[in-house]
Design a protein around this ligand. Structure first.
Ligand SMILES: CC(C)(COP(=O)(O)OP(=O)(O)OC[C@H]1O[C@@H](n2cnc3c(N)ncnc32)[C@H](O)[C@@H]1OP(=O)(O)O)[C@@H](O)C(=O)NCCC(=O)NCCS
Length: 170
């Protein structure tokens, strides 16, 4: 699928190198780490990347041969750990990253539209995500795309309070 000018998204396949996705995540999330927000994706090993990919449906986006973006969609059965996440009609996503040199071209937007459609295919009524409570720029990014604050959460694997945002899928 073409999600932005010259950028093609497709499902991750077993022959794709997980290390390249890990490198992209580390690079994309470095800005948060620099501000003291230790997102898991900023430092996770490729083993963890592979585990998270297997838990959901991973998409990768390439421009020519270059990996420029990725996201993992988790169906309702793989979405849990908070009251909202535990609902049977809520899907979620994570490991969402666009290469810093490729930002602001609608690639993030294109991936979100793609997984919103896939979440509907899974029978979900809502697509949710969690992010750092202090990351106001990210929260505004999602709010401009229809995601609303649902609840707070506290996870052991990160050093910040989280918020869960969610968008109804019609
Ligand atoms: C969040 C992220 C995936 C968005 O990717 P993207 O492809 O830049 O997204 P889009 O092109 O759809 O939109 C970019 C937004 O930033 C603005 N922008 C423009 N140029 C930009 C640039 N060079 N860098 C960053 N943002 C830019 C755009 O105006 C747009 O704002 P809008 O909401 O008013 O439309 C990307 O910034 C990223 O990888 N961030 C680091 C990892 C991360 O935070 N992931 C989510 C964790 S919950």
């Amino acid at each position: 699928v073409e999600i932005a000018d010259g950028v093609i998204a497709r499902r991750f396949s077993a022959i794709d190198p997980v290390e390249a996705i890990t490198d992209l995540l580390h690079l994309a999330y470095a800005e948060h780490a620099a501000r003291g927000l230790r997102f898991l994706a900023a430092h996770q090993s490729s083993r963890v990347t592979a585990q998270r990919i297997r838990r959901g449906e991973c998409w990768v986006a390439h421009a020519h041969e270059t990996l420029v973006a990725t996201v993992v969609l988790y169906g309702p059965k793989s979405t849990s750990g908070s009251p909202w996440y535990d609902r049977p009609d809520v899907a979620s996503f994570g490991q969402f990253a666009v290469h810093p040199a490729w930002r602001g071209r609608g690639i993030g937007d294109g991936l979100l539209q793609l997984i919103e459609k896939r979440a509907r295919d899974f029978g979900a009524a809502h697509l949710a995500l969690d992010t750092a409570e202090p990351a106001l720029d990210l929260r505004a990014y999602y709010e401009r795309r229809g995601y609303r604050l649902i609840e707070g959460a506290q996870w052991d694997c990160v050093n910040y309070a989280s918020v869960i945002l969610s968008k109804p899928l019609d």
